[in-house]
Design a protein around this ligand. Structure first.
Ligand SMILES: C[S@@+](CC[C@H](N)C(=O)[O-])C[C@H]1O[C@@H](n2cnc3c(N)ncnc32)[C@H](O)[C@@H]1O
Length: 270
């Protein structure tokens, strides 16, 4: 698929993320010495969800942005492809790969119309990319088809509880969630485009995983680290995805999970 054959939603996503790429990459500190899952939460050095060994493993990243997770995996010797709809995000990734002398294949593609790859993957991963697909259930099924038997799917999604509104009431504060089953979409506007990410109920995500013939190995809901207590060096070490805007929400993120992380594996026999 090329940009000329994308759906209306794909075109909107490309326009939106092309404009956001520069401020996003400038204002967010995204590590390539750890693998991240979401803002302010620990990376894989602490969560230990990545399969091993990584060296030689064929990996595909979905909604990769500048592909910092792929660059981390490439540093460990993995063979990485990183897909994103935004040419501007991918340009940041190519520049970073060149600076770090790392090899990642950056590919512009729409999650809703992924190209056919020559060989299957041993790891497919995504940090908050899948919620932008217009049909994550189909995308997860496609991922399962693209995995070798025994291959892993590791991804973070917006947590449905965090889709609520933060409220301060008398002496207390917390999240007001009007509907767990249909949480408010995360609607974003920019560059004459409107895009949205949806936070699905956790049981719905588990259903997609099982329906795709994958077994769920783990589900995590990590709280934020206490970044206000950490030095810059400690933050760089322990918080692989950080921005000042997210740090302003540390209180919220330390009480409610901002993302849910799923680790699944394709069965060796069906
Ligand atoms: C919240 S960002 C996350 C980027 C990256 N995973 C990270 O952690 O920095 C979501 C990414 O998904 C990409 N994206 C949005 N819709 C997409 C689509 N339909 N197909 C492919 N990528 C898409 C955006 O361009 C953006 O880079």
């Amino acid at each position: 698929m090329t940009a000329s054959t994308w759906t209306e939603a794909g075109i909107a996503h490309e326009r939106f993320w092309d404009e956001l790429a520069e401020p996003y990459q400038r204002d967010t500190r995204i590590s390539i010495t750890d693998f991240h899952y979401g803002p302010l939460i620990p990376g894989d050095r602490e969560l230990k969800l990545l399969p091993s060994p990584l060296a030689g493993r064929r990996c595909l990243e979905l909604g990769a942005g500048a592909g910092q997770n792929s660059l981390f995996l490439a540093k460990q010797g993995a063979l990485c492809t990183a897909v994103d709809i935004s040419a501007a995000q991918l340009d940041f990734g190519r520049a970073l790969a060149q600076k770090e002398a790392l090899q990642v294949d950056f590919l512009q593609a729409d999650l809703d119309q992924l190209p056919t790859f020559q060989e299957p993957f041993e790891l497919i991963h995504s940090a908050y990319g899948i919620p932008f697909s217009s049909n994550p259930e189909v995308l997860i099924r496609t991922c399962a088809e693209m995995l070798v038997p025994g291959g892993h799917l590791l991804f973070s999604m917006g947590h449905p509880v965090f889709a609520g509104e933060w409220l301060e009431l008398d002496e207390d504060q917390g999240i007001f969630l009007s509907n767990y089953f249909y949480p408010r979409p995360d609607v974003r506007e920019g560059n004459d485009s409107v895009v949205q990410a949806i936070a699905y109920p956790l049981s719905e995500c588990v259903r997609w995983i099982k329906a795709a013939g994958l077994e769920l190995l783990d589900l995590r809901e990590p709280p934020a680290l206490p970044v206000h207590l950490l030095s810059k060096a400690e933050t760089d070490e322990r918080v692989p995805y950080y921005s000042d805007d997210w740090a302003d929400q540390e209180n919220e993120l330390s009480r409610f999970p901002v993302v849910a992380i799923f680790l699944a594996r394709k069965k060796t026999q069906t």
